[in-house]
Design a protein around this ligand. Structure first.
Ligand code: MG
Length: 233
């Protein structure tokens, strides 16, 4: 068998929210997490709509622009949902997605995240489209203070059906033995990178994903929590 993404997935409403508005997809060549927002259950609709569009990706061919095209299709589908169901107006969703076609193709919009654990080192592959990230980039906020910032949940870009929405797409060289982590901010806002790295480093990926979920719940579980751990093997 060739190299594939071998994954473990957990998604949990957390300890405060009534609903789980995160959505997740995991296959041998594509993993994705979406975190929806919007009243009247529309957040769930938004994240599920985009994840369904990604699930349409063909299973074999090189990815090329296919992942970005699938995101565009998902965004267009959101627009159709809003037109058909006005009560969904204002809904939107983040997306972080990794396709594997020999390299990783990473597509991201919003503040869900993809990390790479390689040789014990944790690297964030995505950049948040968020207010606090802008402050960090401008030198006005230290990264270690971001989790405590009162506006940490302000997202500056998301998929919401507006045609100009585009994910940031990057191609990252892949190595066998890599471990990817995709998560919603229910994990990354709540848990420090060092604790994430230690939990992610557990050899068994099911144990790793359980440990990560546990960390987020122990930190209060204030938001929906979705975690995907994928090994390239
Ligand atoms: Mg969230």
């Amino acid at each position: 068998m060739g190299l594939a993404l071998r994954h473990a997935v957990r998604t949990h409403p957390g300890l405060v929210r009534e609903r789980n508005e995160d959505a997740v997809l995991a296959s041998a060549r594509l993993v994705a997490v979406a975190d929806g927002v919007g009243g009247h259950a529309a957040g769930e609709v938004a994240s599920a709509t985009v994840i369904e569009a990604l699930a349409e990706l063909p299973d074999d061919a090189p990815l090329g622009d296919a992942l970005a095209d699938a995101v565009r299709a998902g965004n267009a589908a959101l627009r159709q949902v809003v037109q058909a169901r006005p009560q969904c107006a204002g809904m939107g969703t983040t997306l972080t997605a990794v396709g594997f076609d020999g390299d990783y193709v990473v597509a991201n919009i919003g503040d869900s995240r993809t990390y790479l654990l390689r040789d014990g080192e944790l690297t964030q592959l995505t950049r948040d489209d968020s207010w606090v990230q802008e402050l960090i980039d401008a030198g006005q906020l230290r990264p270690e203070d971001a989790r405590d910032h009162p506006r940490r949940s302000v997202v500056l870009a998301a998929l919401d059906g507006e045609p100009q929405r585009r994910p940031t797409v990057t191609r990252v060289e892949a190595q066998p033995g890599d471990r990817l982590l995709l998560c919603s901010d229910g994990l990354s806002d709540a848990v420090e990178d060092e604790a994430v790295r230690d939990a992610l480093g557990r050899e068994d990926r099911e144990a790793a994903v359980d440990a990560l979920l546990r960390l987020a719940l122990d930190a209060g579980g204030h938001d929906n929590i979705t975690v995907v751990v994928a090994d390239l093997a």
